[in-house]
Design a protein around this ligand. Structure first.
Ligand code: MG
Length: 369
């Protein structure tokens, strides 16, 4: 039995992880559930799995929940005795819990890309110190992780990240000015939380994933290509030195990469539907970098190095919250991010330095808003 802590258990990753766990009750035992604000979702999980610890990390207090606040989460992680923690927390709030999972000696199944974008070097150091593995859950990185293991990373020339292109792929550039929050939340292939859905619409999600891939797989930006692939069936590809390209394909269902991460290093025996080739059309296109500047800005932040990716993420996070609150327009998100990146973002790359740059860049973005 693998003991699993589910962080962000009431969000989209958490719900999919629980579906996988319920299908394999003889393999996995949940030992911890956290949620930011969903006390009712958490209480339902507590009834279903009474032995698991429960944590509400937001300001809500509720009877029947064991731990509260961020400190409660860190205590519960340290005390849960888990073998693996799956982190499905949204945004930069996921970094400290990732470090706590590794410090507790648990492997980390990582769906929180900000953990890697903000502090990959600290997370790798913590994994090494405590003898833990980091297994990517993001569908693209899960695919690349599997392809690198299959083909040998020394034979890989470049990785090719696929992007669905979001709901505005075919929207004329001049109409982007007037798109609403509702338009942006209607994602064609993936059903996810609000922040990541907006990020998919701006291509900031792909931008963050380019940075994530560079850090996870130790690749320079010029060896990471992005390709629009609206069907979300090819999750990513690698090109080997002989020129051959290998793709990982499966239906767009997050339970597959989650299942692979939970079972790792054992191969998972999938109970999900396979691809139906009788009804399959795959198309690919070049990303429109002028219509969606967030992708080019991510490459720019990655090439600038230092703490620019931290500033990119903070600016985007702040701008997306403002867009969701109706304070700015859709195209202001890249505009604000570009202005933030025009500043100088250097400094100490320890946890305190990273937090400081995150705060400064968020405050500057807020000022621009
Ligand atoms: Mg992804």
């Amino acid at each position: 039995m693998k003991k699993v802590a589910v962080l962000g258990s009431t969000g989209s990753i958490g719900k999919n992880a629980l579906d996988v766990i319920r299908r394999h009750r003889d393999f996995f035992e949940p030992v911890l559930f956290s949620s930011h604000t969903d006390q009712f979702g958490l209480l339902a999980l507590a009834r279903e799995f009474p032995q698991a610890k429960t944590v509400l990390t937001g300001s809500v207090r509720a009877e029947g929940i064991g731990y509260f606040g961020p400190d409660g989460l860190f205590r519960a992680i340290a005390e849960c005795g888990g073998d693996l923690g799956i982190n499905g927390i949204a945004g930069s709030a996921g970094l400290d819990p990732s470090l706590a999972v590794l410090s507790a000696g648990m492997d980390l199944a990582l769906a929180n890309k900000e953990t890697i974008v903000l502090a990959a070097h600290l997370v790798f150091a913590a994994a090494k110190e405590h003898g833990c593995k980091i297994i990517p859950v993001d569908s693209e990185h899960s695919a690349i992780f599997t392809l690198l293991e299959a083909h040998g990373r020394e034979y890989i020339r470049e990785v090719i990240l696929t992007a669905s292109g979001g709901p505005f792929r075919n929207c004329p550039a001049e109409q982007l000015r007037s798109v609403t929050v509702q338009d942006a939340l209607a994602h064609p292939t993936w059903n996810m939380g609000a922040k990541i859905t907006i990020d998919s619409a701006t291509l900031a999600n792909k931008g963050l994933e380019v940075i994530e891939a560079a850090r996870l797989f130790n690749l320079p930006p010029e060896r990471i290509r992005t390709v629009i692939h609206p069907q979300s069936v090819v999750h990513s590809m690698v090109q080997c030195r002989d020129g051959a390209i290998y793709a990982q394909m499966s239906p767009p269902d997050m339970r597959l990469p989650i299942q692979n991460a939970l079972f790792y290093p054992e191969p998972a025996d999938s109970s999900f539907a396979a691809l139906d080739f009788d009804n399959l059309t795959l198309t690919f296109a070049k990303p429109d970098k002028e219509k969606f500047p967030m992708l080019a800005l991510a490459y720019q932040a990655l090439s600038a190095g230092d703490l620019y990716p931290v500033a990119y993420n903070a600016a985007n996070e702040t701008a997306v919250q403002a867009f969701l609150a109706g304070r700015i327009g859709f195209q202001d998100i890249p505009r604000i991010t570009a202005s933030v990146l025009d500043r100088v973002w250097t400094g100490s790359t320890d946890l305190e330095g990273i937090r400081e740059i995150h705060r400064f860049a968020s405050a500057y973005a807020e000022q621009l808003i």
